[in-house]
Design a binder for this molecule. Structure first.
Ligand SMILES: [Mg+2]
Length: 212
């Protein structure tokens, strides 16, 4: 009897913020601290509604061009400290990464976060990845996914779903961030999971199913 080889082989890409980790408390605390430092009022609900974009782009909503570089640096100074205190793993994150590794594949983080913020966040959450691509969003994420030959991309934002679609890989949506299942669906999610706790059983079926 021929051995059935795993199909859909390839690394699985994961977004980081609000997909693998609950970074919201640290992000909001860092914005509060930056607002206090600079005297610039920042509406945290608006920040929350855009979670997933690069810090540089969010800063652009609040600070004029000449102050943006300093604001980014100020935010990160607070964030690296707060992230190590306030970041937790989202339910199922460790198990999702473990499921990918058990299948002999690499779990790869593809995130808009800057490298300096990723380390303390992962350490606090007790997670690790096999490869990490930082400071990419939208079409830049799609380019990474295509380059590494990703089998799928898991994310919490419409932009993540679109990036996967652009790369031609299945978009796996988890509504654990600022966007609900309907928004992820509308952005082209191929699969919707309630959270990463559902990832291992979905992934097992995915590996068994024929390539299309
Ligand atoms: Mg995210």
């Amino acid at each position: 009897m021929p051995v059935r080889k795993a199909v859909r082989a390839g690394p699985v890409g994961f977004d980081l913020d609000l997909t693998l980790i609950d970074s919201r408390p640290a992000i909001m605390a860092a914005w509060r601290a930056l607002s206090a430092d600079t005297g610039v009022p920042i509406d945290l609900d608006q920040v929350d509604s855009r979670m997933g974009i690069k810090l540089e782009d969010e800063v652009g909503y609040w600070y004029p061009a000449g102050q943006q570089q300093a604001a980014v640096a100020g935010f990160r100074r607070h964030y690296v400290v707060l992230a190590s205190q306030l970041t937790t793993a989202l339910p199922g994150a460790a198990e999702a990464i473990a499921a990918v590794r058990r299948a002999g594949q690499r779990a790869v983080i593809v995130t808009a976060k800057h490298q300096v913020s990723v380390g303390p966040s992962l350490a606090a959450a007790g997670l690790s990845a096999d490869e990490i691509y930082c400071h990419v969003h939208g079409a830049e994420k799609a380019a990474v996914l295509a380059r590494i030959g990703a089998a799928a991309y898991v994310g919490d934002t419409p932009a993540d779903m679109a990036a996967a679609g652009q790369a031609g890989v299945p978009a796996i949506g988890v509504p654990t961030g600022s966007f609900d299942a309907a928004a992820l669906s509308a952005a082209g999610a191929s699969v919707l999971l309630a959270s990463l706790t559902e990832f291992p059983s979905w992934y097992a079926g995915f590996l068994r199913s024929p390539d299309t």
